[in-house]
Design a binder for this molecule. Structure first.
Ligand SMILES: N[C@@H](CCC(=O)N[C@@H](CS)C(=O)NCC(=O)O)C(=O)O
Length: 241
């Protein structure tokens, strides 16, 4: 029997398949007995904050089960632990975290290698400040663009584009965002840059530095592994490196 818009039982749990063939994300909801790991990341397929947490999980090789769910129908076992059913929610035994940045920082401390923050406290503080600014200045604009299709969205798009253009010298200066090495700030930037073409911002039009930076991030195996099927469809094939 084909799982069209139906729930089918399989050996590992329940599969919820969406009927829209363009969005062929399969929502896998594991049973407690079917999970391989003591850690679970509940994540929705096109949530940017969830994507950031998935990037960190793959960069660090965290042995967590990644469970996709439809945010309109959070699974019962998520709701039992986090009644708000937020995406992302990270569970490890009694620990329940439902803020992407907290999850990312926790994973970096829980699994120290490879470190996503530098040892130097000043560099760590600077990286956290950068992420705070990205969250306050660029993420809300992207959020408006993803939600609205009107004049407000056009203004947000202009502001986001201009904000990235102003930062162009930063992308020219170092291989990663204000860093010689890949770090936590890049885990926040990569999901944002990946979504730009889908909201009508051509990364190449922002300059060579940011284009090279984006390609450096997108070509990482961990980043490719972090993508849900829906997120894979956000980038035109010609832009894949
Ligand atoms: N502060 C949260 C926000 C994440 C977020 O906005 N998640 C959305 C899905 S993209 C969500 O779970 N919305 C449902 C809700 O908040 O109840 C984080 O940083 O992780």
């Amino acid at each position: 029997m084909r799982p069209s818009h139906a729930q089918v039982m399989c050996r590992r749990g329940t599969i919820r398949a969406v009927s829209n063939p363009v969005q062929q994300e399969v929502y896998f909801v594991a049973n407690a007995s079917s999970r391989k790991s003591a850690m679970i990341l509940f994540t929705s397929a096109n949530c940017i904050m969830s994507h950031c947490a998935r990037v960190v999980i793959h960069e660090k090789g965290v042995p967590a089960d990644i469970e996709y769910f439809d945010p309109n129908q959070p699974p019962e076992d998520l709701l039992e632990l986090n009644p708000n059913g937020n995406s992302p929610t990270f569970i490890e035994r009694d620990l329940v975290l439902y803020d992407a940045r907290v999850i990312m920082e926790y994973l970096d401390e829980r699994f120290p290698h490879p470190a996503l923050h530098q040892m130097d406290p000043v560099a760590r503080a600077n990286s956290r400040m950068l992420i705070k600014r990205i969250d306050q200045e660029w993420y809300p604009l992207l959020g408006e663009l993803l939600v609205h299709g009107d004049k407000k969205a056009a203004k947000a798009k202009k502001m986001l584009r201009e904000g990235l253009l102003v930062a162009a010298p930063v992308f020219d200066a170092t291989p990663y965002f204000m860093s010689e090495e890949f770090c936590m700030t890049d885990c926040a930037m990569a999901p944002l840059l990946w979504r730009l073409p889908s909201i009508g911002i051509d990364i190449a039009s922002l300059g060579k530095g940011i284009t090279a930076y984006a390609n450096r991030l997108f070509s990482r195996k961990a980043f490719q592994d972090s993508l849900s099927m829906e997120e894979r469809q956000l980038m035109p094939m010609s832009n894949h490196k």
